[in-house]
Design a protein. Structure first.
Length: 136
């Protein structure tokens, strides 16, 4: 259990470092999905460069953490060096109860991959929203 916590914290620290190093550019937000925890999202809007195809969340009760598995697609024919996905968690009244971040590197043109977004210490969550945050 202790190693699992260490791995989660290491992933969180690395993700936080990458986010701080590359900053948040709101102009690059391309896709946004909202889901109740019992639903999985799908896309039917205009096709962005990076598209969230579907997502689902799992909850780890012992750590009050969520992992959202986001299936994404690079709709371009070019390599995307880095992409991160941000999750926002809400309670039943729509108040934010936490956030999470997941990322991937070297995302080939036309490829699909799963990016895990981790939110730690999330309590009283009723729904969440995921969005492509940064890519280059």
């Amino acid at each position: 259990m202790k190693k699992r916590v260490q791995h989660l914290l290491s992933a969180f620290v690395l993700t936080s470092f990458l986010f701080m190093a590359f900053g948040s550019d709101d102009d690059k937000k391309e896709t946004e999905k909202t889901s109740n925890l019992s639903e999985s999202g799908t896309s039917s809007e205009n096709t962005p460069d990076i598209e969230i195809l579907k997502h689902d969340a799992t909850f780890e009760e012992s750590m009050d953490s969520y992992t959202i598995h986001c299936r994404v697609k690079n709709n371009t024919d070019k390599l995307i060096n880095y992409v991160d996905i941000k999750a926002t968690f809400y309670d039943k009244d729509g108040n934010i109860v936490g956030t999470g971040l997941g990322n991937a590197a070297n995302f080939a043109g036309g490829a699909e991959k799963t990016i895990d977004v981790i939110g730690l210490d999330i309590q009283n969550c009723e729904k969440y929203e995921v969005q492509v945050n940064n890519s280059f």
